[in-house]
Design a protein around this ligand. Structure first.
Ligand code: BDR
Ligand code: CA
Length: 310
């Protein structure tokens, strides 16, 4: 199985991503590292443990990482995810322990211990933990197999400012470090996730599965949908972060371009923008596979099939 570390700020869509990964035998989740993002760190690390317990996997190791961006104040998104970050289900106090080690130390030690080129990083929130690990231990950068992250936008532009997507906007300095690191990078931007909207029928199908996981995902998605329906008037909500795991499982469901992508860190109006050279008008070297399309039905087919296994 492919070894992955999920770096996350749950988040309803983060939760679905974690469940999809834990349900998939092709993936070996070495650990989950929590970061401040959608809600503060104390909630994201707790939510990550709650999700593992819902999946029946209290053995998964969860680490708490950075509680604020590298150079800025934390911006959160309770307006999307609710006060807990995981509104929509009845939350409980998890009994599985939080690992004592800091997430950044776990990232560094794991990448040093595992064979080079065998560990894939899956960031689903601001890139603070990953960038801090790369800065503190530059020797690990060349050992990462690949980074597949949710973040950024091109045609779909922003969801937190007109120009920026939330994960990149919260810690653009961290994103800048990661995008310049020279690691093989796959970017799942809003352009993809807004093509992967939930539907009423799908939510009801999950609910009628009669399992703890089906019930939880239906509840989380119900809550999450409210925001997007009000905002975009669209049917359904984008399960952003789950698309990252979908890509790991079935890359053929996605299309994109290998291009240069730079992060704006100094913009007056555009801080956190992923400046994606989609039309290749600069001579800058490609540093990312920037995805743009997804086979929605194919994605939901595997998502449903996998969630039913838990
Ligand atoms: C991203 O921001 C968060 O609110 C979601 O969990 C997702 O990772 C979408 O912009
Ligand atoms: Ca997230």
């Amino acid at each position: 199985a492919r070894k992955i570390i999920i770096d996350t700020d749950p988040g309803q869509d983060d939760a679905v991503a974690i469940l999809l990964a834990l349900a998939s035998p092709e993936l070996d989740v070495l650990g989950i590292t929590a970061v401040a993002g959608n809600v503060p760190l104390a909630l994201t690390e707790r939510n990550a443990r709650i999700v593992c317990e819902i999946a029946g996997r209290p053995d998964v190791r969860v680490f708490a990482g950075c509680d604020r961006p590298i150079a800025r104040r934390l911006v959160t998104a309770e307006h999307v995810h609710g006060k807990s970050g995981l509104d929509g289900i009845e939350l409980f106090e998890p009994t599985m322990p939080l690992q004592p080690e800091h997430a950044v130390d776990f990232l560094i030690e794991t990448l040093r211990r595992e064979a080079p080129g065998t560990v894939t990083l899956c960031p689903l929130g601001p890139l603070t933990n990953i960038a801090t690990a790369f800065t503190r231990a530059p020797d690990i950068v060349g050992r990462v197999a690949e980074i597949v992250l949710m973040g950024g936008a091109y045609f779909e532009v922003g969801n937190i400012t007109p120009a920026a997507e939330f994960n990149i906007y919260v810690d653009p300095e961290a994103a800048d470090i990661v995008f310049r690191a020279g690691v093989p990078l796959v970017v799942v931007p809003l352009d993809v996730t807004h093509k992967a909207l939930t539907s009423r029928g799908w939510i009801e199908r999950l609910r009628s599965m009669g399992t703890r996981v089906g019930h939880a995902v239906a509840g989380l998605t119900d809550f999450f949908e409210r925001f997007d329906m009000a905002k975009y008037g669209s049917q359904g909500a984008p399960l952003h972060d789950a698309c990252v795991i979908g890509y790991l499982l079935k890359p053929d469901l996605f299309t994109g371009r290998h291009i240069n992508v730079m992060i704006e860190t100094k913009g007056e109006f555009t801080t956190g923008m992923t400046v994606a050279d989609w039309w290749r008008v600069t001579g800058r070297e490609a540093n990312a596979m920037f995805l743009g399309g997804i086979d929605r039905d194919g994605f939901y087919a595997i998502l449903t099939e996998r969630l039913a296994r838990l």
